[in-house]
Design a binder for this molecule. Structure first.
Ligand SMILES: Nc1ncnc2c1ncn2[C@@H]1O[C@H](COP(=O)(O)OP(=O)(O)OP(=O)(O)O)[C@@H](O)[C@H]1O
Length: 309
């Protein structure tokens, strides 16, 4: 069966500039995939190509089994929340969704359900012009879900949302995944995004730097785990000396704990030894984060020399 998004050597040029430079990847059904990259890496260009708003300069792109360029009927099967959604402020939330449901040929009955789902039922009959930024973002999510799209594209979806609304948004994203939809989320907030995605597409200067499940990318990077130790009272010096004698370098932290970088290969053996050490009263293990993986891949912005080249 086709994947919701499949691209091969996909390219988009603006004159001399390769905004996308030969991207090959698939985005599977029933998964939430992070679309990551620094400013100007090519994320919005990829989203516009998927939506069929711009034509590729080369390569092949299939979205829900067809080429998206000028495929107007395909857009009804895709939900899209733009980075800063602007709405006609004189309509109420309900009127606006009613109007968009008609445009998208979505069942009008979905309007009330979606307003409820994004937590806007109480404000459904208020003018959108009176909505807060977070409320407008929720309305944007509701319009993206009209017509029960198979593919949902969310561009920086938590901009302007408070922590509770952010949790609610990711709860809905989780429901979409459970329902077999495919969700592509573009974001710079790696720590916020990490618990909610199955995998990532990481772009840098128009090229695909990495693609795959977070687990597979983590295995590939083989970054060390971070271990935090709390020594028994007055045992810090004794513990540090013992670790150093064993060839382990530890960094004392301002919170009174010791931080160790433990290579994946010897992790279990080292943890067993640490657990048996009477000078340690508490121990935390932290796996490498998406942000560390991102740095390891060198996904940051280009240097001045690269820009000049
Ligand atoms: N219409 C256009 N004409 C010329 N250059 C463009 C156009 N659209 C995008 N670009 C360039 O293509 C490159 C990729 O831009 P794009 O908007 O896809 O990046 P992005 O990863 O979405 O960045 P951001 O995180 O800032 O939104 C950038 O160098 C940008 O200046």
């Amino acid at each position: 069966m086709n994947h919701p998004i499949e691209c091969h050597a996909l390219a988009k040029h603006y004159g001399e500039l390769a905004a996308l430079d030969g991207i090959s990847a698939v985005v599977p059904r029933g998964q939430v995939i992070g679309l990551l990259g620094h400013n100007g890496a090519g994320k919005s260009t990829l989203i516009k190509l998927i939506l069929g708003l711009i034509a590729p300069s080369g390569g092949r792109l299939q979205v829900l089994g067809q080429s998206p360029w000028r495929a107007h009927a395909l857009r009804r099967r895709i939900g899209y929340l733009p980075e800063s959604a602007t709405f006609y402020g004189n309509l109420s939330g309900r009127e606006l969704l009613d109007y968009l449901a008609r445009l998208k040929q979505a069942p009008r009955a979905q309007v009330a359900t979606l307003l409820e789902r994004v937590g806007l039922a109480h404000a459904a009959d208020r003018r959108v012009g009176t909505y807060s930024k977070g409320m407008r973002q929720r309305l944007g999510l509701a319009q993206a879900l009209l017509g029960s799209p198979e593919l949902v594209l969310l561009d920086e979806p938590t901009t302007g949302l408070d922590p509770q609304a952010t949790r609610e948004l990711y709860r809905i994203v989780g429901e979409l995944r459970a329902d077999g939809r495919c969700v592509l989320v573009s974001s710079h907030l790696l720590a916020e995004l990490e618990p909610h995605i199955d995998g990532a597409l990481i772009l840098r200067q128009g090229k695909l730097l990495a693609a795959g499940s977070l687990h597979a990318l983590g295995e590939q990077a083989a970054l060390p785990a971070q271990v935090l130790l709390r020594p028994r009272e007055l045992a810090m010096g004794e513990l540090l000396a013992r670790l150093e004698a064993g060839g382990v370098s530890a960094r004392p932290r301002p919170d009174g704990r010791l931080e160790l970088q433990v290579p994946r290969a010897g992790k279990l053996r080292m943890l067993r030894e640490l657990l048996a050490d009477p000078a340690i009263v508490d121990l935390d293990v932290r796996e490498p984060t998406l942000a560390q993986l991102y740095d390891w891949l060198g996904a940051g912005p280009p240097s001045t020399a690269e820009v000049a080249a």
